[in-house]
Design a protein around this ligand. Structure first.
Ligand code: MGD
Ligand code: MGD
Ligand code: SF4
Ligand code: MO
Length: 742
């Protein structure tokens, strides 16, 4: 049995737990513990344990589907399906131009797929209109991280550092439900004498483990962070030497914070002043401390400023770019980190390069063998793109997302999707969005294909193929290859993931997220490698792969190498040769990778972290007489995202069968509702109905709904698509509603 066991990683969240897959007696594979992967050391949540059930052809798609004349989706051959797609795309492009072709990706796609999708949109379709669901996820934290540190990597340190710090503030993060195996890092922190502060309007299972639980009104984290910084200054707890030496912009940030008096902050947030003081004491007294944010403070129309305020708190107290201290964002999707680095984002090129940077364009165009001027400019952000469907954008190719359930103001998005001239969806199951498509392509899944993901720590990992996919399905890479070939692009879209990764290495070389020193072989041998990992993959120099680091300065500034574009050329012999030695970067002295960032300086031009002066502002929608209650949304442990995959697993459905409305007993009494009664939640966007779940563990002014279900209980029927001005993140975490008995 041992010899046939394949070490790989879970298909779902950003923890990317390690697991072994072994052939099962009844066919398919089963999950076995894999204890050699340090992040989870064998522990898995129920979703990971049951993931093989979604591989079964009982629940998945095994044939392309094409919408027939009578309006139904009918099985078709791959040729018919791909011909239909290319026919429609060609027609629409001829009639309305390339920007009428939209592309939507996902943070669950492997690095290879995300990279290929961004290239496909720009090189094959020639469209600027590509973005992805990660915009709904951690984009505010990414924007704030880039502003402050010059670089966005979710965690700038490995999870293993958490138990050794002195205090962690976990802001709007519920790992007990969203990353159960990670909870042990916080338990160990407390066992070692450190303290945990949880900031969440609900007393979650995570908050129950905290030394201090702050329960602010949803949408007020910005004021909360500013209030804490005010107290840090007032109590003389700033680290002046650090501020002088390693930061810029303190005076403005300090002045902004000083306007946020504790009593004023208590009024906005509902968090009592003594709790604010206690939080400051717990955070400042130990030598090391961390702030970690997740979707609570980020999914707000001021998410970027909010994360900026928490970073300011870290900077003022000298807690960033030092061992065992720092700010981090707990990224969410399986490849939430890598998926935001390699070009499926509207404004981005691989290696976390900027699409509007001429040097970046020249470099990447060189790797792609195209004229830099042929690359389109930045396109619309995810919600703006979905909102434009049926208007400027006439067709959509969608891969790795289910926006009918997961997008804000979902009824409107659903209506926009229906108004398209042409919709093509690649998925493993017939998701609610796939059900609207004109063509549905059934694709291979995690355990049936090889590829890399980058987990929430910035650790690049190898997922391995463990079984043969069923007849009738093809990989996303084969889909892109097939469409490209039909559109006359014969080269540049290989179907072998390792070949794509080799190109990704060259495209990322010299960029902020530099993967050029990483190879499949290293990933297999080293159990993952942290980026940046430069070296060994000079553009246009296939042979140089054998000489790691040749001609490159390791650890240079993120922009070093951007000028390499000039000599980058696909014409160089060997540059495109798939047979080339795949372990090039793993020579005698490969770059070790970078588990811990910023210890010697930040990735800004002057090496200093930048304070951002921010002040509190209200949510886009505040309660009023008509809509007096706040709605916030999130997750439960047994379902994943839009539920497209996990709603197909019996034991997960048994644990979490439907949406619910979590509300405080006082609110329930006022409404005259008992446990389990259907409650209608009404916002300016629409109405959802779900059973009441009454608990004292939520603020009385707030209700909570998980967003995993379509239909009557769809939370996103209600949510507000108000966007953060910088990150374009929608405000999933706060809108105004009223409750009715249903
Ligand atoms: N079981 C499960 N696990 C998952 C996922 C899943 O769908 N299901 N998805 C994965 C993905 S993509 C992601 S992004 C992560 C998300 O992981 P988390 O961010 O941990 O998940 P959420 O439940 O969205 O939000 C976290 C908490 O924010 C709180 N919150 C709501 N409003 C506010 C607010 O205004 N301020 C503050 N401070 N807190 C607030 C909620 O009460 C909730 O407990 O989970 C990943 N893991
Ligand atoms: N109200 C509310 N809404 C939210 C959130 C919230 O907190 N509250 N959170 C937001 C966040 S953080 C996120 S990340 C989004 C996520 O929401 P979605 O973008 O809808 O994410 P998933 O449900 O994971 O959808 C992935 C789809 O791709 C399919 N799939 C899986 N793997 C592959 C693959 O390799 N190739 C292809 N082609 N398809 C694949 C799955 O079957 C599924 O249908 O939801 C957002 N929506
Ligand atoms: S915590 Fe995340 S990665 Fe780990 S088993 Fe559960 S879903 Fe999979
Ligand atoms: Mo996410």
């Amino acid at each position: 049995m041992q010899s046939t066991s394949t070490p790989t990683h879970c298909p779902y969240c950003a923890l990317q737990c390690g697991m072994n897959l072994t052939p099962a007696q009844q066919g398919g594979v089963e999950v076995r513990d894999r204890t050699d992967f340090p992040v989870n050391r064998g522990a898995l949540c129920g979703k990971g344990r049951t993931a093989p059930q979604v591989l079964s052809s009982r629940v998945r798609l095994t044939s392309p589907l094409v919408r027939a004349g009578d309006g139904t989706l009918a099985p078709a051959t791959w040729d018919e399906a791909l011909d239909r797609i290319t026919g429609e795309l060609t027609r629409i492009r001829a009639e309305h131009g390339a920007d009428a072709l939209g592309v939507f990706g996902g943070g669950g796609l492997t690095n290879e797929k995300a990279y290929a999708l961004g290239k496909f949109a720009r090189v094959v379709l020639g469209t600027s209109q590509i973005d992805y669901n990660g915009r709904f996820c951690m984009s505010s934290a990414a924007a704030a991280g880039i502003k402050a540190f010059g670089l966005d990597r979710g965690l700038p340190f490995p999870l293993e550092d958490i138990p050794r710090t002195g205090c962690v503030i976990l802001v709007g993060s519920n790992p007990a439900e969203t990353m159960p195996p990670a909870l042990r890092y916080f338990t160990e922190l407390r066992a070692n004498g450190g303290t945990l502060i949880v900031v969440d309007p609900r007393r979650t299972r995570t908050a129950e483990q905290a030394d201090l639980h702050l329960a602010p009104r949803p949408g007020t984290d910005l004021a909360l962070a500013l209030g804490l910084l005010h107290l840090v200054v007032a109590e003389g707890r700033t680290d002046e030497e650090y501020i002088q030496r390693r930061t810029s912009g303190w005076e403005e940030a300090r002045a902004a914070a000083m306007a946020h008096w504790p009593e004023y902050v208590e009024r906005i947030t509902g968090v009592p002043v003594p709790q604010l003081r206690e939080a400051v004491r717990l955070f400042c007294e130990p030598e090391h401390a961390m702030v970690l944010t997740a979707r609570g403070p980020e999914q707000q129309s001021k998410g970027t400023d909010t994360v900026g305020a928490w970073i300011n708190l870290c900077l003022a107290t000298g807690r960033a770019g030092r061992p065992l201290s720092g700010y981090g964002c707990l990224t969410g999707q399986g490849n939430g980190q890598g998926g935001r680095e390699h070009g499926q984002k509207a404004d981005q090129l691989p290696g976390y390069r900027k699409l509007d940077d001429p040097a970046a364009r020249a470099h990447v165009a060189g790797v792609w063998g195209v004229d830099p001027d042929s690359l389109p400019g930045p396109g619309r952000s995810a919600y703006e793109l979905l909102d434009a469907l049926g208007g400027d954008i006439r067709s959509l190719l969608l891969m790795g997302s289910n926006p009918v359930v997961s997008a804000p103001r979902a009824a409107h998005v659903e209506e926009r999707l229906r108004s398209l001239e042409f919709l093509a969806v690649c998925d493993v199951v017939l998701s609610e969005t796939a059900a609207l498509a004109d063509v549905v392509l059934p694709v291979t899944q995690w355990a049936e294909e090889t590829g890399t993901t980058t987990n929430l720590e910035g650790r690049v990992l190898l997922r391995r193929r463990a079984l043969t996919p069923p007849d009738g399905v093809r990989s996303d890479l084969e889909v892109m290859h097939g469409i490209a070939a039909r559109l006359g692009v014969e080269k540049g879209f290989p179907t072998d993931p390792e070949e794509v990764f080799e190109e990704l290495r060259r495209a990322s070389a010299g960029g902020p997220a530099d993967y050029s020193g990483i190879t499949y072989r290293r990933l297999a041998e080293e159990n993952g490698v942290f980026w940046p990992c430069p070296g060994g993959a000079e553009p246009g120099e296939g042979g140089a792969l054998d000489a790691p680091g040749a001609g490159r300065e390791e650890g240079g500034s993120p922009d070093a190498g951007a000028g390499l574009g000039e000599d980058a050329s696909l014409d160089a012999p060997g540059a495109d040769d798939p047979a080339r030695d795949g372990d090039g970067g793993a020579g005698a002295h490969p770059h070790p990778g970078t588990p811990r960032l910023f210890l010697d300086g930040f990735a800004t031009p002057d090496g200093r972290a930048r304070f951002v002066p921010v002040t509190h502002r209200a949510a886009a929608e505040e309660p009023d007489d008509e809509y007096p209650v706040l709605l916030t949304t999130g997750r439960v442990v047994a379902q994943y995202q839009s539920g497209a995959q996990t709603r197909r697993v019996d034991e997960l459905n048994a644990a979490a069968p439907s949406a619910f409305v979590e509300l405080h007993p006082r609110l329930a009494v006022r409404l005259g509702t008992a446990e389990g009664d259907p409650v209608a939640v009404v916002s300016r966007r629409g109405r959802a109905v779900a059973p009441a779940r009454i608990t004292p563990h939520i603020r009385p002014d707030t209700v909570f709904m998980p967003f995993h279900w379509p239909g009557a209980g769809r939370a996103n029927t209600l949510t507000n698509p108000a966007l953060d001005p910088t990150s374009r993140m929608p405000e999933f975490k706060v809108c105004a509603v009223r409750l009715e008995r249903a």
